[in-house]
Design a protein. Structure first.
Length: 318
């Protein structure tokens, strides 16, 4: 076969373009630190990469939700514990009032109860950032206020309010699927902490505490028919109310434990997803470095051969 100068030039340029393309491909992979940069590189692998990316994004979202939820529940638990302490102090003081006491001690106990009510209101207004944890879905509204007459009212939302079963529920999803107001619930609203809310907005437990305070004042004179038996009945009421708050604290504690367990599982899944994505792409730094060096050598060799083989032109003599 007759070989012409034009054939040699064409063959050289073809090899030159192939080598340049190979170098560009290797450089792109090394820069991106991955083998699959577009679907045409590996259609099946690219499809799997999309699945891994979606899984990683969902895992990141669920992990952030878990962190936020745990922070919310930790704040709730801390303040519920403070409420339990206050209620226990009231119960202890009232137990002493049921026994024989001089009239002056009743007034002191009543003042103590009043102070404990203030502490309960403070705990009930706990916040995470600028959000109130016991205010239901109206978490930008301070839930509890106490007026000049000592009456405590609730201003948040609560389950069952206006016929809406989940009006006070806040959810943070940490598993795939539809949101469940039962599974994903992270809060207690005002009624779940301090009992049923009446038409005027007063929680039952605060109404009971105000009655106990008044009974301690009335027993000194026997006003309103208050006797030692009344205080004994009040003791049963405070015990019931204390159990109600403890039940709420137990619910939050159990839910927090569940979220912490899921958070640990999400961390393991995140590592697995990242590993699977890396294995699917198959990028190897050492291998890519060697390929880059080989491609560079091939390129330099090609240029050297081309300089010797290609026919000289007029330019070479200028």
């Amino acid at each position: 076969m007759r070989v012409t100068d034009n054939m040699m030039s064409t063959q050289f340029l073809s090899g030159y373009q192939t080598t340049l393309s190979r170098m560009n491909d290797i450089t792109e992979k090394m820069t991106a630190q991955k083998n699959i940069n577009r679907p045409s590189d590996n259609p099946v692998g690219a499809a799997r990469n999309l699945q891994f990316t979606a899984a990683a994004s969902a895992n990141e979202l669920f992990t952030q939700n878990a962190n936020d939820a745990i922070s919310w529940m930790e704040t709730s638990d801390t303040n519920l514990a403070a409420m339990v302490t206050s209620m226990t102090n009231i119960k202890t003081a009232l137990t002493g009032a049921v026994s024989a006491n001089p009239p002056s001690s009743y007034e002191a106990i009543a003042k103590n109860v009043d102070q404990m009510i203030n502490e309960l209101v403070t705990a009930g207004n706990a916040q995470v950032g600028d959000r109130y944890v016991f205010s239901g879905q109206s978490d930008n509204v301070q839930p509890f206020t106490r007026d000049a007459a000592g009456v405590v009212k609730y201003h948040g939302t609560y389950n069952g309010q206006g016929g809406v079963a989940t009006a006070g529920t806040i959810t943070m999803q940490i598993v795939p699927g539809d949101i469940s107001t039962t599974r994903d619930k992270i809060n207690l609203d005002g009624s779940e902490v301090f009992g049923a809310i009446d038409a005027t907005g007063q929680p039952e437990i605060f109404k009971n505490l105000l009655k106990i305070k008044q009974d301690l004042l009335d027993i000194q004179t026997g006003a309103n028919g208050v006797t030692a038996a009344t205080l004994s009945s009040d003791l049963g009421t405070i015990a019931k109310d204390l159990d109600y708050i403890i039940s709420g604290q137990t619910t939050i504690g159990a839910r927090q434990k569940s979220y912490e367990t899921v958070k640990g599982r999400l961390a393991i899944e995140s590592t697995t997803i990242a590993k699977d994505a890396t294995n699917n792409d198959g990028f190897n730094v050492a291998k890519a470095s060697i390929e880059s060096q080989l491609a560079t050598n091939a390129y330099n060799t090609l240029l050297s051969v081309g300089a010797n083989v290609l026919p000289k032109s007029l330019v070479d003599y200028l």
